[in-house]
Design a protein around this ligand. Structure first.
Ligand code: ZN
Length: 304
């Protein structure tokens, strides 16, 4: 329990409270998720994405402002070009805008065609630079999958971090480039890249918890009670604070999902729960990745 302070619990006991970081992230997919991931172009379905821009983003921005939290928004270029006012609202409030494809396409769409995959990254970078005047530092793959080329391409394009993989939960790590699956043998690991991986988890994602989707190959019908989701998220934060020194909790929400009244109240309750721990801080993903890199460089420079 090195480095742990002590937090008093409600039942009069004590438990260790490690330092840790909570990253609130919002994938502002708007209509691009329905077009890019589901191939749907009809008004009824697309209006669910429009809700994210009209209602979800302003509500999320208001909550973040009330709690003085800077968050990370992963935004497809298509969303920036279609809903520039909502995107500007995010940027004007000082939140990080990171890459989430152009029209919410999975990199696996470009399997075997790294040039086309690279062109998709460049199109998304251009859209973010047009809005913010700044290249994105981070990337999150829609649907959380990559090709064997993705990490190498992200590294070549100057990305500092990726947030699409799930080989850890509370610990950041350097993503490998060029892992290869052998048809008749073990997975062959590629060398570590300079891209910091900020891991994700479907259980820390509001979409599968709450959304009703009936689509060939992807069906969810959860429409969960917020109390259930609050229990999952807060217990995973409790575990981190009690047992994981310097952990990072990377929560993924979507304005079109979390924007509903009962879910915005869930977000507020989750923030309040985290704020009970003085040892926890909120940061953007960019800051968390940079802190991890600094720590890794300091350890490498230390004499053995
Ligand atoms: Zn997305």
């Amino acid at each position: 329990m090195t480095g742990a302070t002590v937090t008093r619990t409600g039942d009069g006991g004590q438990r260790p409270a490690h330092s840790g970081t909570v990253c609130l992230t919002f994938d502002f997919d708007a209509v691009s998720a329905w077009i890019g991931a589901f191939g749907v172009r009809t008004p009824g379905v697309l209006s669910r994405g429009e809700y994210g821009a009209r209602v979800g983003v302003p509500r999320v921005i208001e909550v973040l402002g009330q709690h003085d939290i800077r968050a990370t928004f992963f935004v497809p270029g298509h969303t920036l070009d279609t809903f520039p006012d909502a995107a500007r609202l995010i940027a004007d409030h000082g939140h990080e805008i990171a890459h989430h494809g152009y029209v919410h396409e999975s990199p696996t769409k470009y399997l075997g065609d790294p040039q086309a995959e690279r062109a998709m990254y460049e199109r998304g970078i251009d859209a973010i630079e047009r809005l913010t005047g700044r290249r994105p530092r981070g990337y999150r793959s829609p649907g959380w999958d990559l090709t064997e080329e993705s990490i190498g391409l992200l590294e070549d394009l100057g990305f500092e971090y990726d947030s699409s993989l799930a080989a850890d939960d509370y610990h950041l790590y350097f993503a490998r480039r060029g892992d290869s699956v052998q048809p008749d043998g073990s997975l062959r690991f590629g060398p570590p890249s300079s891209v910091v991986e900020v891991p994700v988890s479907w259980s820390w994602d509001d979409f599968p918890q709450f959304e009703f989707v009936s689509h060939p190959g992807f069906t969810t019908s959860s429409l969960a009670a917020p109390s259930k989701v609050l229990e999952i998220w807060t217990q995973d934060v409790d575990y981190m604070v009690e047992r994981i020194p310097n952990g990072v909790f990377d929560l993924t929400c979507h304005p079109q999902v979390i924007g509903r009244g009962h879910r915005i109240m869930l977000l507020e309750k989750f923030i309040a729960h985290c704020r009970q721990y003085p040892s926890l801080t909120f940061s953007t993903v960019e800051e968390a990745a940079r802190n991890f890199r600094k720590g890794a460089e300091a350890s490498a420079a230390r004499p053995a």
